[in-house]
Design a protein around this ligand. Structure first.
Ligand code: KIV
Length: 261
């Protein structure tokens, strides 16, 4: 899967399916289930390593898991998260993104707004595709003050939208938007040419993503915007196939899985 395939899906109005994976076997099952995007999320800090936040995740952790996931991924676009403070300067971003690309990533994801424009631009010029991440950005959890919906008033919604436009202009090719009102998720998707993938951002985004362990009911606390697909399935593979189908036919997310509604 290449970015131009995903851009064409957006133009055709077809929903983009995404899921996280952290090792070879789950990546293989997700890939065989036909997901467009497989994200080695730094959520592995929570669900695989047992930390309270994603802040302790290191570039070595991300490299190790990216290598494993890349062995199980044949068709999906493999994106890797750049962990906390590994892209605080353009020079460190270039160095650390190189590690993830050489481990098998086809794109890297960074959390943050306009301040990343120069870095996004440089990565892109060097041939490293970038996914931006706005809304609830878990690496900034101590600054944000907890896991809560973002962009619920007009000023903060406008800031998120202008950050999104700015990052697209800087060269970002994909955007993840997390935990924002559904109206904002829809507006951002309509205003950008690049595909926008939502998590807790309503049904109006170009695609959806969930953390694999949440949709398999393995996480101790499943976020309100997620859904346990394993409960109604006969196997893990079946649960992933159902999740992908629910994204495509628009039956996921429903209003109750949308934080902002
Ligand atoms: O780390 C992660 O899994 C993510 C998704 C929640 C989008 O960033």
């Amino acid at each position: 899967m290449y970015m131009n395939d995903l851009r064409e899906k957006k133009l055709r109005g077809e929903k983009i399916t995404s899921i996280t994976a952290y090792d070879y076997s789950f990546a293989r099952v997700a890939d065989e289930a036909g997901f467009d995007i497989i994200l080695v999320g730094d959520s592995l800090g929570n669900v695989v390593l047992g930390y309270d936040t994603t802040i302790p995740v290191s570039i070595d952790d991300m490299e190790y898991h990216t290598r494993a996931v890349s062995r199980g991924t044949r068709n999906g676009l493999l994106i890797s998260d750049m962990p906390f403070m590994t892209y605080s300067s353009t020079a460190s971003a270039l160095k650390n993104a190189t590690i993830l690309m050489q481990a098998g990533a086809q794109m890297v994801k960074l959390e943050g707004g306009e301040w990343l424009s120069e870095t996004v631009n440089q990565l892109s010029k060097c041939g490293i595709p970038v996914c931006a991440h706005l809304g609830l950005t878990p690496q900034s959890i101590h600054k944000i003050g907890g896991f809560k919906i973002q962009g619920s008033d007009e000023t903060s919604a406008n800031t998120i939208l202008s950050n999104a436009i700015n990052l697209e202009q800087a060269g970002a090719e994909l955007l993840v938007v997390e935990c924002v009102p559904s109206e904002l998720g829809k507006t951002i998707s309509e205003r950008l040419s690049i595909p926008v993938i939502g998590i807790g951002a309503g049904a109006g985004t170009d695609g959806q993503i969930l953390v694999m362990y949440d949709l398999l009911g393995l996480s101790p606390q499943i976020p309100s915007f997620s859904k346990n697909f394993l409960r109604e399935s006969s196997s893990i593979s079946d649960a992933l196939i159902r999740f992908g189908a629910a994204i495509r036919d628009g039956s996921f997310p429903k209003a109750e899985q949308t934080d902002g509604s």
